[in-house]
Design a binder for this molecule. Structure first.
Ligand SMILES: Nc1ncnc2c1ncn2[C@@H]1O[C@H](COP(=O)(O)OP(=O)(O)OP(=O)(O)O)[C@@H](O)[C@H]1O
Length: 336
């Protein structure tokens, strides 16, 4: 089966900065794939390499079997990109913005209007179709970026932090639209800093750091890699944490007052009965029990610890037909 994205040893250097440092990654057609990583990990550079905004300095990358540089036109027509920045012609009514975009990608004149209306309806701003971009609210602007990305009916939809700074309701609306598109067969590549978003939406996620892939896994597999903590409340707590020998999954115990915290590898639910039995066998009376799972967020931090990107990227003047800039102005230590 043709891969939607196939990158091998991809490299991008900006002077001394290795934004992509031998990145190999594949995304299957139809997949909902998440790209996570701290600021400066190389996510936007990777996306920009796919859409031809950035020229790689090494390695190979293809989209649906077409090389991103040799077959630039075909690749660009198969991708819909919703970038982080609002890079839209501000003075045109948004319906025209969409029709212009469709026209640029070869959609016939008759078809453009239908596509523009359909996209505006799908993202819920059809009633604003004659409004110019800079009169829209921030949330509507986000919706428009999505509409513009889908107006060409792309096979690969790339969303670079589509829900950054939007309210909860809009986030859920956008998730619904994106999910529907994926159900209908569109491959999705999503970058996000909201771990919950990745957990909810993605089939698989890649965690990137310093231009490299740290790991690729399903969100469930990632959370399985963490440790769970079983906290047991004891009626008459001993002076020291009781030994729980023989239960291999246990990584450590800590007694604080009447609460014994037992950290275990993998699923706390599976180990808890043995912990309780062992405690009862030793004569302890248990008054309460609680199991907490390491969150994907904690695992993410662990995997990328100590490598937080900062820095002061130079401006880059590469732009595409949408006027997309290389997307670096937001990098330096920006918290999201
Ligand atoms: N045009 C550029 N000129 C110089 N350096 C750049 C340029 N674009 C990106 N970089 C550098 O490349 C590295 C990767 O940046 P990139 O924007 O790809 O990261 P990111 O993972 O998308 O970050 P964020 O989560 O903040 O969007 C950073 O060190 C950044 O400073």
């Amino acid at each position: 089966m043709t891969l939607a994205i196939d990158a091998t040893d991809l490299e991008k250097e900006y002077g001394d900065v290795r934004a992509l440092d031998g990145l190999s990654l594949s995304v299957e057609a139809g997949e909902f794939f998440g790209l996570l990583g701290p600021n400066g990990a190389g996510k936007t550079t990777f996306i920009n390499t796919l859409v031809g905004l950035v020229r790689k300095t090494g390695g190979e990358v293809s989209v649906f079997g077409e090389d991103v540089e040799d077959d630039y036109r075909a690749v660009r027509d198969s991708i819909g990109l919703a970038p982080q920045e609002f890079n839209v012609d501000r003075f045109f009514p948004i319906r025209e913005v969409l029709m212009h975009k469709a026209g640029y990608h070869g959609v016939s004149e008759a078809e453009r209007e239908r596509r523009a209306d359909e996209a505006l309806k799908l993202v819920g701003i059809y009633d604003k179709r004659n409004t110019r971009f800079d009169w829209l609210s921030g949330g509507m602007k986000r919706r428009l970026l999505l509409a513009r990305a889908i107006v060409t009916e792309p096979d690969l939809l790339i969303l670079d932090e589509p829900t950054a700074g939007v309210d909860v309701q809009l986030r859920h609306d956008l998730w619904e639209v994106i999910n529907r598109l994926n159900d209908e067969g569109t491959t999705i590549l999503l970058t996000t800093h909201y771990i919950e978003e990745a957990e909810r939406l993605c089939d698989r996620v890649a965690i990137m750091d310093s231009g490299r892939k740290v790991t690729v896994a399903t969100p469930e597999e990632l959370t399985e890699r963490g440790s769970d903590t079983i906290t047991v409340e004891l009626r008459d707590p001993p002076a020291n944490a009781p030994p729980l020998d023989g239960i291999e999954a246990i990584e450590g115990t800590r007694l604080e007052g009447d609460r014994l915290a037992v950290r275990v590898a993998g699923s706390g639910g599976r180990v808890a009965p043995r912990v309780l039995n062992a405690l009862e066998d030793r004569g302890h009376e248990i008054t309460d029990i609680e199991i907490s799972r390491t969150s994907l967020e904690e695992i993410f931090v662990e995997l990328t610890e100590g490598q937080r990107g900062s820095g002061d990227p130079e401006e880059n003047d590469e732009t595409d037909e949408d006027g997309v800039t290389d997307g670096t102005a937001r990098l330096a230590g920006e918290a999201r």
